[in-house]
Design a protein around this ligand. Structure first.
Ligand code: PBG
Length: 328
């Protein structure tokens, strides 16, 4: 009998370490979020998210070419409309900003998967993800608008619908709506588990979607809850979701693992804006090495069970992965 184990045998040099590496990341694992604004010649950096820009349609071809050249398979589209109203009508307008951007991208890069974020908060003047009745976000009335939004996104050519608003029954309602309109082959990437997180702060700057009163705690989940995440995921699976998103990712790696163990559907980790900005800020100060920390963080999301990662770091991460491959 050995008196103790010699774990370091498998760590002696880089080749040995790479042979026993359990988790790897590949460019095909990434989904890159894009913020599309109305107007012309717009390319503005979001101040709280260095490296992330608002771009108008006439600027978008540069981004699309860069993304496809890097081999990133998919983009997630967020629209920042000029006009907002109580019902978020620009979310489902035929010439809405996401609908226009979708048509443009499918024309420019037909192979690139366009995932449309389906929510109302960027489009409503009150900044909530549904319609308001007596100060409360109404579930079922909001569903009707979400279905309209999803159908109009599919009509514009979206490959995947990603509802993020956390109304109950949204997968069921959107599935039915898509099917009735002939979109039986369009998958739903559900934000199945979405917490009411303070890590969304920089995104709300980027998308101009801060709620004008109250907060999102009557529809997004309490970060303290783990079993509730299982219930949320189970109901979305039953309603016909094709992918399950867990959001945010970094503070919820245990939940990613729970969802992974619960289902055989592809699991998506959403590495949110605050997780991006805090690394950017620390790296700028020279307090940590951006590349190493980002790769460690993204690897931990895959190790926790994610198949895909939505991340603002996608372009950098792909470049770093390719550089490392060339060095080997
Ligand atoms: C909209 C939406 C949000 C994010 C994605 N879709 C913000 C929110 O719920 O307030 C956050 C993304 C991020 O922080 O990167 N419902």
């Amino acid at each position: 009998m050995n008196e103790f184990s010699r774990h370091r045998r498998l760590r002696r040099n880089a080749t040995m370490r790479s042979m026993v590496r359990e988790t790897t990341i590949d460019p095909a694992d990434f989904i890159y979020p894009l913020f599309i604004v109305e107007g012309e010649g717009v390319r503005n950096e979001v101040s709280s998210m260095p490296g992330v820009e608002h771009v108008s349609l006439d600027e978008l071809s540069k981004d699309i070419d860069e993304i496809t050249d890097l081999g990133i398979p998919a983009v997630l589209l967020f629209g920042v409309p000029k006009v907002k109203d109580a019902e978020g009508s620009q979310a489902y307008a035929e010439d809405g900003i996401v609908q226009q951007a979708t048509r443009f991208i499918k024309e420019r890069a037909p192979e690139l998967i366009v995932i449309a974020d389906t929510c109302l908060c960027q489009y409503t003047d009150h900044g909530h993800c549904g319609v308001i009745h007596n100060g409360y976000v109404e579930n079922d009335a909001s569903l009707d608008l979400l279905v309209k939004t999803a159908v109009s996104q599919a009509e514009a050519g979206a490959d995947v619908i990603a509802p993020s608003n956390m109304m109950d029954g949204f997968v069921h309602a959107i599935r039915q709506g898509l099917d009735e309109h002939g979109f039986v082959d369009i998958p739903i990437m559900s934000y199945a588990v979405k917490y009411a997180s303070s890590f969304y702060g920089p995104f709300r700057d980027a998308a101009h979607s801060t709620p004008q009163f109250g907060d999102r705690k009557t529809y997004q989940m309490d970060p303290a809850n783990r079993f509730e995440a299982v219930r949320e995921a189970e109901s979305d699976i039953a309603e016909g979701a094709d992918f399950l998103i867990v959001k945010p990712a970094l503070s919820f790696l245990d939940v990613i693992r729970d969802v992974r163990d619960l289902s055989t559907l592809p699991v998506v980790a959403y590495n949110v804006s605050g997780e991006y900005s805090m690394i950017k800020a620390a790296a700028k100060e020279g307090w940590l090495s951006e590349q190493e920390v980002v790769m460690e963080m993204l690897t931990s999301m895959k190790r926790a069970g994610a198949d895909l990662i939505v991340t603002y770091f996608a372009k950098d991460a792909v470049r770093w992965i390719k550089e490392e491959k060339n060095e080997r």
